[in-house]
Design a protein around this ligand. Structure first.
Ligand code: FHN
Length: 466
């Protein structure tokens, strides 16, 4: 009998251990994210079909807003889905492009403000399975490919704004200037009186009904049907209530390790990280909260066939270093075409950033912010090691005298070398604490050349001038 009781107790104990869900602290959940530093944002939806043009006219502004800025009626907009047939969609290739660019995670628009779900959902017929000739869930194979290549996956979900599912909110924006819609004055007067809506079909339910009928069940589906998820990326809390936010937030317990951003509802739902958009914060604006800059490669998130105004790989590499030197993450956007391809310019940028990251990624992943702020010639990231501290000086503007001079340097030097290729560099520290590094005559990498400096002890950069 004693033996039976003992065995049963042991079994119970083992089972408890196996099933008990450990509550992770925020720091535990954020470990991989703080290491990752670089991720891919993907804005994809039926708006890639008009690709910035409606009825022969270009609608200015960002491509995924075409329905709102053109005040396209619901029934007309929904016709677009009939042309959404991304037969060239190759999620395996997408994930490889992200991985080869040096990105560690992907966040994709599962549903943007036009309410169109890229996934199979029972909560609304306005989704890729029910409304398009393609007829298949787009997120499942992406989740599989991410797992295959060890890339973390996050879902963007527009929780409040939804211009197609009735009751969803709509930001109060006028018809896009420059679009010669003869009816725009009347439409704009209507939107003013109707909390941003421009079509009575948008108002057949209340916002609370929309939350219960669409947002809550869809977020539950997203958190249940795609395996382990890394991030839930909320966006534009227009008209959001605390009650609705609480309902959505409570679903997150379905994914105990998930990270969320700060856009569920302000100010009571701060999430895990801030999300400066299209800008890199100044040092003075940072308050110790984790943050991630999201940015477009050109001027739009969703695909527009005529936007070729791309930033150069050099600019984007420097943005990544600027962000890392301030302790943030970089979420860089790609807007695929309606057929399912990344625009060629994006492919090229990703490949070039990947070439740089392959050699210099050490200066980015898992590094900490510069203890000294910014240098006029470039940026610095640091890593604490058992031996002391490694400093990565990323030089953007090569000094005319081929010398890097860093005053206020209080540590003993171990070594200095070029990160790419490992060539040792002559370096010395004067008694007055000035570190001088002799550089080769020309910048080996015009985008950013990283000088890796190992020193004893920890850095006290307070005495350093810029
Ligand atoms: O309105 C959206 C926009 O379309 C895009 O998705 C960006 C990405 O951060 N978020 C909103 C604007 O803040």
């Amino acid at each position: 009998m004693k033996k039976v009781i003992f065995t049963l107790t042991l079994l119970l104990w083992i089972m408890q251990g196996a099933f008990a869900q450990k509550v992770l602290t925020r720091d535990e959940r954020m470990v991989w994210w703080r290491e990752a530093r670089f991720g891919m944002f993907i804005h994809w939806g039926v708006y890639a079909v008009p690709a910035g043009e409606w009825k022969g006219q270009r609608i200015g502004g960002i491509g995924e807003w075409i329905m709102n800025r053109g005040k396209i009626p619901v029934a007309e907009y929904q016709q677009i889905a009939r042309q959404f047939n991304p037969v060239k969609y190759d999620p395996d290739a997408w994930v490889r492009m992200a991985r080869d660019a040096g990105m560690k995670y992907i966040v994709i628009t599962s549903k943007h403000h036009d309410g169109f779900a890229l996934f199979e959902t029972k909560a609304s017929k306005w989704n890729v399975v029910d409304a398009t000739p393609y007829g298949k869930d787009l997120l499942k194979p992406l989740a599989d490919a991410c797992r295959k290549y060890g890339i973390r996956l996050g879902f963007y979900y527009s929780q409040a704004q939804d211009w197609n599912n009735p009751g969803g909110s709509a930001a109060r924006r006028p018809t896009r200037e420059g679009w010669a819609n003869p009816d725009s004055a009347r439409i704009d007067a209507y939107t003013k009186a109707h909390r941003g809506h421009w079509d009575p079909a948008q108002e057949t339910k209340t916002f609370a009904q929309y939350i219960d009928d669409v947002a809550v069940p869809q977020v539950r589906e997203l958190l249940t049907n795609y395996g382990e998820l890394a991030i839930l990326w909320w966006d534009t809390p227009t008209d959001m209530t605390d009650e609705a936010a609480t309902k959505l937030q409570s679903l997150l317990s379905l994914q105990p390790a998930i990270i969320t951003n700060d856009r569920l509802k302000r100010p009571n739902f701060p999430g895990d990280h801030k999300t400066p958009e299209q800008r890199i914060p100044n040092l003075a604006d940072l308050d110790g909260t984790d943050w991630e800059t999201c940015m477009t490669m050109n001027g739009t998130w969703g695909y527009k066939y005529y936007d070729h105004n791309y930033k150069t790989p050099q600019t984007l590499i420097r943005h990544l270093l600027d962000i890392a030197s301030k302790g943030g993450n970089f979420l860089l956007n790609v807007g695929p075409t309606a057929e399912g391809e990344f625009p060629p310019e994006s492919v090229d940028i990703l490949a070039k950033m990947g070439q740089w990251m392959k050699v210099n990624g050490e200066a980015v992943y898992g590094t900490k912010a510069s203890p000294w702020g910014l240098f006029t010639w470039g940026r610095c990231t640091t890593r604490e090691t058992p031996k002391g501290t490694t400093l990565y000086f990323s030089v953007f503007d090569w000094p005319a005298d081929d010398r890097l001079v860093i005053p206020g340097f209080n540590n003993n030097l171990i070594s200095a070398k070029l990160l790419a290729g490992g060539t040792r560099l002559k370096a010395s520290v004067t008694k007055a604490g000035v570190l001088t590094i002799d550089l080769p005559p020309d910048a080996p990498d015009p985008a950013a050349t990283v000088i890796k400096v190992e020193v004893k002890g920890r850095i006290d950069g307070r005495s350093m001038t810029k």
